[in-house]
Ligand binder design. Structure first.
Ligand code: OSB
Ligand code: MG
Length: 379
C-alpha cells in the first residue's frame, strides 16, 4: 500500500470526571486523531496519547502536530509499504517523539488489517477473544468519595482496582480501602511521586497485599527502582520509564521491575509494543495494557494489543461509558463482567463515527503530496 493522504484532526471531548494524579489534573480531553488513506481510498485510524501539557512524558498535542507535519507525514507519504513494521524503520532517523510516531503508525496498522480483511488483533498475532480489564481511579476530594467510586466499579465487575497515590494520599488511604475491600485485586500508581527517601513508607505498603506498585520513583529511572525492588515485597511495575525495547531489556537485566505496563503511545507504536511484549514473555515478566484516557480509536488499538498472550494481568482499558457520554466509535467499547469481547471485524473492528467526530473537531488539516505542504525528509 501507498499512503496518499493523511488527515490530522484535533478533537475536544468532555470527560465525565476529572482525573487527578500526582502530576496534575486532566479535565476535558483534547487529542489528535489521525486518518491515513491509501492509493485505493481505503483508510485507517490512529489516536495520539499526548495531552495538552507535558506532565506524563515530554510530548504535547502541539509537539505531536509539529512532528507529524514537518517530519513523520512527509517521511511516510508516497512510500510503498508492505507491512506496518516498516513504519518504525522509516521513522527511525527521528529521535523519540513516541506519541507522535504511534499516532500515525497505529493508523497504518489499522489500514493494513482492513486491507487484508482481518482483525487488527489477528494481524498482531493475538489469540485471546476476550480481555480482562480493570479501572484506574484518580485522587478524590475525600477517602469517602474514593470508597464510593471503588464500590461502584467493583459492582460493575471490573477485575482490579488501581488507585493513584502521592505523598499525603497513600498509606492511610490504602488501609481504608483494604478495610472495606479486603480481597479485591488492588494496585497503586504513584506516577513518580516518591524517592528512595520514602523506602520506609513504601515498605509499609507491603502489608496490603497489593498486586503491584506502579512507577513509584523517577519517571526516567531504572536504577533506583532496582534498589527499591530489593527492599519491598510488592512487585514494582514500570510505566513512565519504559519507552522502548532497549529500556525494557535494561530494566529486566537490572531487576528494576517484575511487571511492565505497556502503552502503545509511550513506546512509539504497535511494532515496538509487540517487541516489548515478546521480550517480557521470554523473561517471565508479566505485562498489561495501560491507558491514556483514550477515546474510541486509541481504546480499540489497546484492545487489539491486549489479545497477545503475555497480557496476563487486567489492563486499564475500561469501557467507553466510564469516560464519555458518547464515544467516537460504533459500537462503543462495552465491559461485561470485567471483560471486553474482542471485535471480529477487519482492522480495529470499530467504526469511527464521522458525524460525531466532526462535531468534536476544533481543527483539521489534510496532507497529501499534491498539497505540497510537506518538507521532504532526509534520504
Ligand atoms: O499513569 O497510567 C497512568 C492516565 C493518564 C496518564 C497516565 C496514566 C493514566 C491512567 C489512566 O492511569 C488509565 C485510563 O483509564 O486510561
Ligand atoms: Mg501509570
Amino acid at each position: 500500500m501507498i499512503i496518499k493522504e493523511v488527515i490530522v484532526r484535533r478533537l475536544r471531548m468532555k470527560m465525565k470526571f476529572q482525573f487527578t494524579t500526582s502530576f496534575g489534573t486532566i479535565e476535558d480531553k483534547e487529542f489528535l486523531l489521525i486518518e491515513v488513506k491509501d492509493e485505493n481510498g481505503n483508510n485507517g485510524w490512529g489516536e495520539s496519547g499526548a495531552f495538552q501539557a507535558p506532565w506524563y512524558t515530554e510530548e504535547t498535542i502541539e509537539t505531536n502536530r509539529h512532528m507529524l507535519e514537518d517530519f513523520l507525514i512527509p517521511a511516510l507519504l508516497n512510500k510503498e509499504i508492505e507491512h506496518p513494521d516498516q513504519v518504525s524503520e522509516i521513522f527511525s532517523p527521528y529521535k523519540r517523539n513516541n506519541m507522535a510516531k504511534a499516532a500515525i503508525e497505529t493508523a497504518v496498522w489499522d489500514l493494513y488489517a482492513r486491507n487484508k480483511g482481518i482483525p487488527l488483533a489477528t494481524a498482531l498475532g493475538g489469540m485471546n477473544t476476550k480481555i480482562e480489564v480493570g479501572v484506574s481511579i484518580g485522587i478524590q476530594d475525600s477517602v469517602e468519595d474514593l470508597l464510593r467510586v471503588i464500590d461502584r466499579h467493583v459492582n460493575e465487575g471490573y477485575k482490579r482496582i488501581k488507585v493513584k497515590i502521592m505523598p499525603g494520599w497513600d498509606y492511610d488511604v490504602i488501609r481504608k480501602i483494604r478495610q472495606q475491600f479486603p480481597t479485591v485485586p488492588l494496585m497503586a500508581d504513584a506516577n513518580s511521586a516518591y524517592t528512595l527517601n520514602d523506602i520506609p513508607l513504601l515498605k509499609r505498603l507491603d502489608e496490603f497485599n497489593l498486586m503491584m506498585i506502579e512507577q513509584p520513583l523517577g519517571s526516567d529511572d531504572i536504577i533506583d527502582h532496582a534498589q527499591l525492588q530489593k527492599e519491598i515485597r510488592t512487585p514494582i511495575c514500570l510505566d513512565e520509564s519504559i519507552l522502548s525495547y532497549e529500556d525494557t531489556r535494561k530494566a529486566i537485566e537490572l531487576g528494576s521491575c517484575k511487571i511492565i505496563n505497556i502503552k502503545i503511545s509511550r513506546v512509539g507504536g504497535l511494532t515496538e509494543a509487540k517487541r516489548i511484549h515478546d521480550l517480557c514473555k521470554e523473561h517471565g515478566i508479566a505485562v498489561w495494557c495501560g491507558g491514556m484516557l483514550e477515546a474510541g480509536v486509541g481504546r480499540a488499538h489497546n484492545i487489539a494489543l491486549s489479545t497477545l498472550d503475555n497480557f496476563i494481568l487486567p489492563g486499564d482499558t475500561a469501557g467507553s461509558s466510564r469516560y464519555w457520554e458518547r464515544d467516537i466509535i460504533d459500537p462503543e467499547v462495552v465491559v461485561e463482567d470485567g471483560y471486553i469481547t474482542v471485535p471480529e471485524g477487519p482492522g480495529i473492528g470499530y467504526e469511527p463515527n464521522l458525524e460525531i467526530i466532526r462535531k468534536l473537531t476544533i481543527s483539521e488539516k489534510t496532507y497529501s503530496t499534491k498539497s505540497g505542504a510537506c518538507l521532504s525528509p532526509p534520504e
